[in-house]
Design a binder for this molecule. Sequence first.
Ligand SMILES: NC(=O)c1ccc[n+]([C@@H]2O[C@H](COP(=O)([O-])OP(=O)(O)OC[C@H]3O[C@@H](n4cnc5c(N)ncnc54)[C@H](OP(=O)(O)O)[C@@H]3O)[C@@H](O)[C@H]2O)c1
Length: 305
Amino acid sequence: MSENLVDAGTRPIGVEGMSSGPLAFGCWRFAPTEAERAERALNAAIEAGMTLVDTADVYGFQEDSSGFGAAEVMLGRMLQAQPSLRDHIVLASKGGVRPPLPYDSSARALRAACEASLRRLRVERIDLYLVHRPDLFAHPIEVAETLVALRREGKVREVGVSNYTLSQHDAITAGLARNGTALAAIQPEYSAVHLDPARDGTFDRCCCGNITALAWSPLAGGRLASGEGVRPELLAVLDELAAREGVERAAVALAFVLAHPVRPVAILGSLTPARLFAATRALAVHLDRRDCYRIVEASDGAPLP
Ligand SMILES: NC(=O)c1ccc[n+]([C@@H]2O[C@H](COP(=O)([O-])OP(=O)(O)OC[C@H]3O[C@@H](n4cnc5c(N)ncnc54)[C@H](OP(=O)(O)O)[C@@H]3O)[C@@H](O)[C@H]2O)c1
């Protein structure tokens, strides 16, 4: 049988012994008015074996400018109601996006954001704290020093960044290294319709630096399941592989994410328990090199050179 590239193993995170399964649960879609739905989804995700929970201070923010911090507040309530949960999850959160001002990773703002997240989450420490988006007007050395200080003070266990370019990774990595720290994780968008991190050097840097890649929107926000706005040739390949593997198309799309040698963790955003359980079928999908390159080719809409 051909080599299976889909890696369903545990992924280490950082240097303190934390780890995550290949699938994680994200709180971006927590609606402030649907606490029960969010709670059911979180419990289903944990029952399905997802141990990394990804949130951010800005999750819950609504168009009418309400809701900043709402997802963390909901998560904090759940953690308080089920204290044992805290020991079973890797709690990841992000700061640095401050509506109506887009981004602020200045020392003062990032520190205040992290401390506010701790209060909302009702925890003493965030396991993995990421800068949500690059702030073009924050000096990378200053950002790194803030992250190092938060880590030294025990407010965060490991640090990371999200949506950074390769050169922005290099700059923050250099700043962290001056203080004996390294990025534990990065969080880029990655899916069968968004292959950039596999090509722009981001995943290569992770492979060489023991940095865990947390792939956001692994189903392209649901489009790979619904088919909306996705190249018909990509849907056809995914459907053919899904029929062969006896799973739904979404499971093949997730398996494709898990097949990259950087061993990404796919952060799922569904709040539907049945879909969260169904996602675990990705772990048993077999994709070899040919299958993966068929997906790449169909995603590009052009033959490989
Ligand atoms: N760092 C960043 O900038 C950033 C940006 C975006 C997201 N994220 C993180 O990534 C997480 C996931 O993002 P995402 O929500 O876009 O991920 P996703 O898993 O690609 O999409 C989830 C969406 O797809 C829908 N969906 C439709 N059919 C589905 C199926 N068969 N299986 C599963 N879902 C299906 C879900 O709807 P239902 O809920 O109705 O099932 C949900 O709305 C977020 O929660 C957040 O933690 C980070």
